[in-house]
Design a protein around this ligand. Structure first.
Ligand SMILES: O=C(O)[C@H](O)CO
Length: 328
């Protein structure tokens, strides 16, 4: 069955490690004739002309010149997340192909994940879980003392949708909120959560008990937090990263955590992902690492697919796309 006149949608695979979720297939098939990369490779002559859209799941399939050249009717690529750092936007645009991300769907869950990491790190949940399930349950109270959340200062770097949702959550936890935003000051958001704007990242780093990274990865934010920045942080502070691993100089971070320059780190993102099993970050007690958990809830992933479909259909029908991303 070829889906009648439905437009062809290329996906990496269905299920598996880098495939769209089985639970989304029926919904996608209402609108598209689904083609997997394997099917495309096996039947290029027949299928390549059918592909009008690509839905990227966990950055797959890889979009390169060869793939773009092989799909003469491709009109739009939708990404299952907000970060587009894995794509060469200029290359894609040069083929006349539009692009979209999914900012509406991802922000709440990513902010939840950031807050979960902050809380887990502050109260040492992973360490105490291991104590609780160990046979002896012997521990010295002084060894599991954490950081009090209410009254502590959170510094958010990047006050976009996700940064703002983190601020809303932090307000409910009675935290003092500082933020820095590279492009513009966010007066409305500031007022809504009682946040204080820091002109410079340095001043935020010096004051915060928790630093939350919520920026996109761009050439300007790569290695934004290096040795110098870590040394500006309080020795009692925690770094939480929910953006991209490459925003932090990981070697400098390892050193800072090993030598007590900062107290702890909680990372949803690293480079590479996953880290090699012998990576020093995996050996440190003052680090919590989650495997890019941000969007991973049943409802969020479904909403992402809905947002992708909305964008693809708009592009195919010549309508404005709700979350179009233009090359900068
Ligand atoms: O970019 C995002 O929205 C998440 O990191 C998932 O890729």
């Amino acid at each position: 069955m070829e889906g009648g006149e439905l437009p062809g949608l290329l996906v990496n695979e269905i299920g598996g490690i880098r495939g769209i979720l089985h639970s989304h297939v029926a919904f996608l098939r209402k609108h598209f004739y689904l083609i997997t990369m394997k099917e495309l490779v096996e039947n290029r002559k027949h299928l390549s002309r059918k592909v009008q859209a690509i839905y990227l799941w966990w950055h797959k399939p890889v979009i390169d010149q060869e793939l773009l050249q092989s799909l003469p009717n491709l009109k739009v690529i939708a990404n299952s997340g907000v970060g587009m750092d894995h794509l060469d936007l200029k290359l894609i645009a040069s083929f006349g192909v539009k692009m979209a991300n999914a900012p509406r769907a991802v922000s709440s869950s990513t902010a939840d994940a950031g807050m979960a990491l902050l809380l887990a790190s502050a109260r040492r949940l992973v360490e105490v879980h291991h104590i609780a399930i160990s046979s002896s349950m012997d521990y010295c109270e002084a060894d599991i003392l954490g950081v009090k959340i209410s009254g502590a200062t959170l510094g958010i770097i990047g006050m976009g949708r996700i940064g703002y949702k983190i601020a809303l959550r932090a307000k409910a936890f009675e935290m003092k909120i500082l933020y820095h935003n590279r492009t513009q000051r966010k007066a409305q958001e500031e007022q809504a959560v009682g946040a204080t704007y820091c002109e410079t990242i340095d001043s935020l780093l010096q004051q915060a008990d928790f630093v939350m990274l919520a920026v996109n990865l761009t050439p300007q934010t790569r290695n934004l937090i290096g040795k110098r920045e870590l040394e500006l942080m309080k020795p009692t502070a925690t770094l939480v990263n929910i953006s991209r691993g490459a925003v932090v100089d990981q070697e400098a971070l390892v050193m800072a955590l090993q030598t007590g320059v900062i107290w702890a780190a909680a990372l949803d993102v690293t480079y590479p992902e996953p880290l090699p099993r012998d990576h020093p970050l995996l050996k440190l007690k003052n680090v919590i690492i989650t495997p890019h958990l941000g969007i991973k809830t049943d409802k969020t992933t479904y909403m992402i697919t809905e947002e992708a479909v909305e964008n693809i259909l708009a592009a195919l029908n010549g309508l404005p796309m709700p979350s179009e991303v233009l090359p900068s």
